[in-house]
Design a protein around this ligand. Structure first.
Ligand code: ATP
Length: 318
């Protein structure tokens, strides 16, 4: 039995439209399912936990929505052994990209109905769980600005979600000021005097496909950290095209760190986001919860083929 969790307003209404098409395909294929429409993150966490506890035989929990919708059910799915599947219907869809899940409905549904999952790490902090990345500083401010903007709705309406982030970057570049930050990685402190951003990543990408930590792997038991510091506004602007390909990592004003626990304290209050959702402006303390969430992903197939004993599995369909 599959549990479909639908956020009808993700992607500016794409969630609802996607569900109508998916439901048709499920009926054609005679797949057993239950559906759950959710209207807020809090409601979703509670309803999903209730549904999962009512019966034992869930094959997967399939989210139709964007990164925020997936974020809302992490607490309910963590350690449940019910795998998460994703049919992307958001504007950024970074979770889907990071797990190699196709962005087209039919192909994503094939993955959701398959049985190959990765045992993904989760980022755990005072504000709960995050799957993709906890970002603080400039890019969190971009997200805050985009999420409260008129241009996000317009870009979603014309199917150009990524364009909203580009507009948001330019908007934030004019107003944001860098400041001192302390980043403690597995207890070792690194201090940067004029820091723009600190990103703690489980997946390589966020912000609609930017490869901020290109070497990050969901199932490696580590967090990858990118710090951008000591550069001018103009250098920061020129950095963004390089991030699309992950080529920024060798620049002199980019520092990459790695660890299992990361604490970030800015000298001035700075916004943070997890999976694109606001985490407020308090200092961050994030640790890696190894293999805490099963995720149905095409990457699991290659992991299984590549090495025995990897944190991935393909089982007979039930
Ligand atoms: N389970 C949920 N049901 C309904 N609304 C939710 C749920 N989880 C989060 N939300 C709210 O809906 C908003 C939009 O959802 P979501 O983030 O999935 O889509 P998006 O913003 O269009 O895409 P993306 O996050 O991929 O850019 C969230 O920012 C949050 O405010």
């Amino acid at each position: 039995m599959y549990l479909f969790i639908i956020n009808p307003r993700s992607g500016g209404g794409a969630g609802h439209r996607t569900w109508l098409s998916v439901e048709k395909l499920l009926k054609e294929r005679k797949v057993s399912y239950e559906s759950l429409f959710t209207h807020s993150a809090d409601e979703a966490e509670q309803l999903v936990a209730e549904r999962l506890s009512h019966q034992e035989n869930w094959t997967a929990a399939v989210v139709i929505g964007g990164d925020g919708t997936i974020h809302s059910v992490l607490g309910a799915l963590r350690h449940s052994r019910v795998p998460l599947a994703v049919i992307p219907a958001g504007s950024g869809n970074d979770t889907a990209r990071g797990f190699g899940i196709p962005l087209t409905l039919e192909a994503a549904l094939e993955v959701a109905l398959s049985d190959c999952y990765l045992e993904s790490d989760l980022l755990s902090g005072a504000d709960g769980l995050t799957l993709t990345a906890v970002a603080s500083g400039f890019d969190a401010q971009v997200s805050e600005n985009v999420n409260t903007s008129w241009y996000k709705r317009l870009c979603n309406a014309i199917g150009a979600g990524q364009l909203a982030f580009i507009i948001g970057i330019l908007h934030t570049l004019i107003t944001f000021k860098p400041c001192r930050v302390s980043v403690a990685c597995d207890g070792t402190e690194h201090v940067y005097e004029t820091a723009w951003l600190v990103s703690i990543c489980n997946l390589p990408n966020y912000g609609g496909g930017f490869l901020i930590c290109p070497q990050a792997k969901a199932d490696d038991g580590h967090l990858d950290v990118c710090v951008v510091h000591g550069c001018s506004r103009w250098q920061l602007l020129r950095l963004f095209p390089t991030v699309l390909k992950g080529r920024h990592v060798t620049l002199p004003f980019v520092s990459m760190l790695r660890g299992r626990s990361v604490a970030v304290t800015f000298a001035q209050a700075r916004h943070a986001i997890g999976d694109g959702e606001s985490l407020g402006t308090e200092p961050l303390a994030v640790r890696c919860e190894s293999g805490a969430l099963r995720v149905l992903s095409p990457q699991a197939v290659s992991s299984v083929l590549a090495a025995a004993g990897t944190a991935a599995s393909c089982q007979a369909s039930g």
